[in-house]
Design a protein around this ligand. Structure first.
Ligand SMILES: Nc1ncnc2c1ncn2[C@@H]1O[C@H](COP(=O)(O)OP(=O)(O)OP(=O)(O)O)[C@@H](O)[C@H]1O
Ligand SMILES: [Mg+2]
Length: 175
């Protein structure tokens, strides 16, 4: 196991975002690679704070100074899509928001009483069957997905998935 870095108590959300390398992951996702951000740690250690923001964070631009890695990544994603679109590339962004808790998979955008099944095919790889997917045209659409999912989320565990498709049908994921 390799140890890389500890951020000090005065580190800001902005600094952590710009320094931790997640922008490279967003760029690689736009290039066609699957990328994942994974937060792991004991309860209360700051996973949600780092990934999403403080408990009362607001996903509107006026609170962007307190945003964690996911809303900042989405902001960066749409900036990069705008830049790349200028050279003729087009992308489709689709979002889903699910929670894995006690080995049960729950769709946070369409909560039900049953756990959704995880399937695998050679074509799709692993996927969650019947997961609600929202096509996102602009940043605000993805922020609405985050808000909706946060509202339904139990504490402790969640996964937010953003899927990006390039016009020539390459399928990428940013999770
Ligand atoms: N760097 C930080 N600066 C200020 N407050 C923080 C920081 N990190 C975490 N907190 C606060 O500490 C509390 C616990 O953090 P958080 O909820 O992120 O933990 P967690 O790892 O997600 O825990 P759980 O596993 O229970 O979900 C929260 O109130 C959060 O806002
Ligand atoms: Mg948490």
């Amino acid at each position: 196991m390799t140890f890389h870095h500890v951020y000090g108590e005065k580190s800001t959300q902005e600094y952590v975002f710009s320094d931790c390398g997640v922008c490279n992951l967003v760029d690689r996702a736009l290039d066609g690679y699957n990328t994942t951000v994974f937060a792991f740690g004991q309860t209360g250690s700051g996973k949600t704070f780092s990934i999403t923001g403080p408990d009362d964070v607001d996903f509107s631009p006026k609170d962007s100074g307190r945003w964690g890695i996911v809303p900042r990544s989405l902001n960066y994603l749409f900036q990069r899509i705008a830049e790349r679109s200028a050279s003729g590339e087009t992308y489709v962004v689709r979002a889903s928001y699910l929670e894995i808790y006690n080995e049960q998979v729950q769709d946070l955008l369409n909560p039900t009483n049953t756990s959704l099944p995880v399937r695998w095919t050679s074509e799709k790889g692993f996927y969650v069957e019947n997961l609600f997917v929202v096509q996102c045209e602009v940043l605000d659409d993805t922020m609405a997905v985050l808000e909706e999912g946060e509202f339904e989320q139990k504490p402790h565990s969640f996964r937010c998935e953003f899927r990006i498709e390039k016009s020539e049908n390459r399928c990428n994921r940013f999770k």
